[in-house]
Design a protein around this ligand. Sequence first.
Ligand SMILES: [Zn+2]
Length: 86
Amino acid sequence: MSITFATMSHHCTGTVTSAIEAYSPRDGLAHGSLDATAYVCPNHVQPARAMWEEQGLTPYTAKAGKGSTPCGSITDFREATASTEA
Ligand SMILES: [Zn+2]
Protein backbone atom coordinates (compact mmCIF):
# COMPACT_ATOMS: atom_id res chain seq x y z
CA MET A 1 0.00 0.00 0.00
CA SER A 2 1.33 3.36 -0.99
CA ILE A 3 0.30 6.80 0.16
CA THR A 4 1.81 9.95 -1.26
CA PHE A 5 1.92 13.18 0.71
CA ALA A 6 1.97 16.39 -1.27
CA THR A 7 0.92 20.00 -0.97
CA MET A 8 -1.02 22.46 -3.05
CA SER A 9 0.90 25.36 -4.58
CA HIS A 10 -0.45 28.04 -2.28
CA HIS A 11 0.97 28.97 1.11
CA CYS A 12 -1.58 29.52 3.81
CA THR A 13 -1.64 29.51 7.57
CA GLY A 14 -5.42 29.31 7.84
CA THR A 15 -7.03 26.76 10.10
CA VAL A 16 -7.99 23.60 8.26
CA THR A 17 -11.72 22.98 8.47
CA SER A 18 -12.46 20.91 5.38
CA ALA A 19 -11.21 17.76 3.77
CA ILE A 20 -11.78 17.89 0.02
CA GLU A 21 -12.04 14.29 -1.05
CA ALA A 22 -11.44 13.33 -4.66
CA TYR A 23 -13.29 10.38 -6.14
CA SER A 24 -13.05 8.59 -9.42
CA PRO A 25 -15.75 6.39 -10.92
CA ARG A 26 -15.72 2.70 -10.19
CA ASP A 27 -18.35 0.04 -10.78
CA GLY A 28 -20.68 2.63 -12.28
CA LEU A 29 -20.59 4.88 -9.23
CA ALA A 30 -19.35 8.47 -9.53
CA HIS A 31 -17.90 8.18 -6.03
CA GLY A 32 -16.66 4.64 -6.49
CA SER A 33 -13.06 5.17 -5.50
CA LEU A 34 -11.55 7.61 -3.02
CA ASP A 35 -8.31 8.67 -4.68
CA ALA A 36 -7.03 11.57 -2.63
CA THR A 37 -7.87 14.14 0.02
CA ALA A 38 -6.79 17.77 0.31
CA TYR A 39 -7.03 19.52 3.68
CA VAL A 40 -7.88 23.20 3.45
CA CYS A 41 -9.16 26.27 5.27
CA PRO A 42 -12.48 27.85 4.18
CA ASN A 43 -10.67 30.16 1.73
CA HIS A 44 -9.17 27.25 -0.17
CA VAL A 45 -12.16 24.97 -0.53
CA GLN A 46 -12.87 26.20 -4.05
CA PRO A 47 -9.26 25.96 -5.32
CA ALA A 48 -9.06 22.43 -3.95
CA ARG A 49 -12.30 21.40 -5.63
CA ALA A 50 -11.14 22.96 -8.90
CA MET A 51 -7.83 21.11 -8.62
CA TRP A 52 -9.58 17.75 -8.39
CA GLU A 53 -12.00 18.59 -11.19
CA GLU A 54 -9.04 19.46 -13.41
CA GLN A 55 -7.69 15.99 -12.73
CA GLY A 56 -10.99 14.44 -13.76
CA LEU A 57 -12.00 13.57 -10.22
CA THR A 58 -15.24 14.27 -8.42
CA PRO A 59 -14.69 16.49 -5.36
CA TYR A 60 -16.61 16.04 -2.17
CA THR A 61 -16.26 18.50 0.71
CA ALA A 62 -16.17 16.83 4.10
CA LYS A 63 -15.44 18.20 7.50
CA ALA A 64 -11.83 17.81 8.54
CA GLY A 65 -11.09 16.25 11.86
CA LYS A 66 -9.12 18.12 14.45
CA GLY A 67 -5.44 18.10 13.73
CA SER A 68 -2.37 20.08 12.95
CA THR A 69 -2.43 19.52 9.19
CA PRO A 70 -1.47 22.71 7.35
CA CYS A 71 -3.80 24.14 4.72
CA GLY A 72 -3.05 22.65 1.32
CA SER A 73 -1.84 19.27 2.50
CA ILE A 74 -2.70 16.43 0.17
CA THR A 75 -2.89 12.76 0.91
CA ASP A 76 -2.92 10.79 -2.32
CA PHE A 77 -4.06 7.17 -2.33
CA ARG A 78 -3.95 6.62 -6.06
CA GLU A 79 -1.08 4.16 -6.00
CA ALA A 80 -2.89 2.02 -3.48
CA THR A 81 -4.76 -1.02 -4.68
CA ALA A 82 -6.74 -2.05 -1.63
CA SER A 83 -9.69 0.01 -0.52
CA THR A 84 -9.47 1.48 2.93
CA GLU A 85 -12.24 1.36 5.42
CA ALA A 86 -14.19 4.55 6.06
ZN1 LIG B 1 -5.96 28.12 3.15
